[in-house]
Design a protein around this ligand. Structure first.
Ligand code: SF4
Length: 394
């Protein structure tokens, strides 16, 4: 039976792509699309060249578990054809661990008694210099969500100091307005990562107990605001371990499809953060094994072959090495999640513990042994001026 085509509920999926705002799907509607699939549905979808959102539901189903080797092979083939034998490397630079939110699962949560610190501009520049000396051309500026401690003015000034030293600057900070993202883009920040954490409204309300982040709708709309502001790339994702990963994967796919339809100029990436031990001792609400994570990554690659797929140092070296060539396009390396931690190893106040503790050189070596080129720079800020000029001309 072709559940994907005949189920009347499933036609709601692609129609949601036409909404003016991505409002987030009703997970109760998505559930039967995933859990009623049969192996024959999966086999049929794997014969298709272009997949719909309904097909993604099939690939995420328990019936697709039996097809994991075929999913891996298709994902590997698409990734090789689209991205070649390269892996872009990046490093996070933690600027501050102050946060106004109380997210139960995060070490930076306002209620946790940890050593708090916000780097001043000189300290941030010094941390960035260490990463530049290690060869990184791409850095991700990360901060807890505390605008009173770290605001847009700070980032504009920091970008001014760093933009000529790095090929690209990205941010993972509090959600901003479209106008604020536009200011940051003009200052030299070209990409924004903002993870929804969970598309399950009940779980979202349960784990986000206080602070601006309790506004789920505003967060859901943040990737669109960043894209509307002209950001070259927007990163989305769900925090794996909060809810059913299959449902989160389908909701994520719908969000991606909506963004593609409405902001086709913006590149999209997906991260796959699995919950790691952190201050506060939060226990995952849902199990997500390495096999599940791989399944989700393969399904999203097959669904959208242009996606950048990020696998961070949250995961163990063994798993990351095993995934090389199967779908991911970007790895973090040599990461530290505490502000000031590159210049002062062992600094307190980390967001979570790292799974892959290897140095950048060791990660590069492992990639080369698998026949892959570690790329520390594949973009130049000059292109940003060019594309901005084009936009004005258009
Ligand atoms: S997940 Fe983000 S918003 Fe929540 S406590 Fe951690 S840093 Fe703050």
């Amino acid at each position: 039976m072709q559940t994907t085509i005949t189920n009347p509920v499933s036609s709601c999926l692609d129609s949601s792509c036409h909404d003016k705002k991505f409002s987030g799907p009703d997970l109760a509607v998505l559930r039967p699309l995933i859990y009623n699939c049969r192996p024959a549905d999966v086999a049929a979808v794997l014969k298709k060249k272009h997949l719909s959102s309904d097909d993604l539901a099939v690939l995420l189903s328990p019936a697709a578990d039996l097809f994991l080797p075929r999913l891996a092979a298709r994902s590997a083939d698409l990734t090789l054809r689209r991205f070649g034998r390269v892996m872009q490397l990046y490093a996070p630079l933690y600027l501050s661990n102050y946060c106004a939110n109380r997210c139960q699962y995060c070490g930076f949560s306002a209620e946790n008694k940890i050593v708090r610190r916000v780097l001043n501009l000189d300290e941030a520049e010094s941390e960035a210099r260490i990463l530049a000396d290690r060869g990184f051309g791409h850095i991700l500026l990360v901060a807890g969500e505390a605008p009173a401690r770290l605001d847009v003015d700070y980032l504009v000034e920091l970008a001014g100091r760093l933009r000529h030293r790095f090929a690209s600057l990205s941010i993972e900070i509090q959600p901003l307005s479209e106008e604020e993202y536009r200011r940051l883009f003009q200052a030299g920040i070209v990409a924004v990562a903002v993870y929804q954490e969970t598309y399950d409204a009940a779980v979202y309300a349960r784990v986000h107990q206080a602070g601006p982040k309790t506004d789920m709708a505003y967060r859901l709309d943040t990737p669109a605001r960043a894209a509307a502001a002209g950001m070259r790339e927007v990163g989305v994702g769900a925090l794996l371990g909060l809810s059913d990963w299959r449902l989160e994967g389908l909701a994520l796919g719908l969000h991606l499809a909506w963004l593609r339809r409405n902001y086709w100029r913006t590149g999209l990436t997906v991260s796959f953060p699995r919950l790691r031990p952190a201050a506060g001792g939060f226990a995952p609400l849902a199990e997500v094994s390495e096999r599940d994570l791989a399944h989700l990554l393969f399904a999203l690659r097959i669904f959208d072959e242009d996606l950048g797929l990020l696998l961070s140092t949250r995961e163990e070296a063994r798993f990351r090495d095993g995934m090389v060539g199967l779908g991911p396009t970007r790895y973090s390396a040599g990461s530290c999640t505490a502000p000031g931690g590159y210049g002062e190893p062992g600094s307190e106040g980390e967001q979570f513990s790292i799974g892959d503790q290897r140095s950048v050189l060791e990660v590069c070596q492992a990639l080369k042994e698998k026949g892959y080129d570690p790329v520390l720079k594949d973009w130049d800020a000059t292109f940003q001026n060019f594309s901005a000029a084009n936009k004005v001309a258009a």
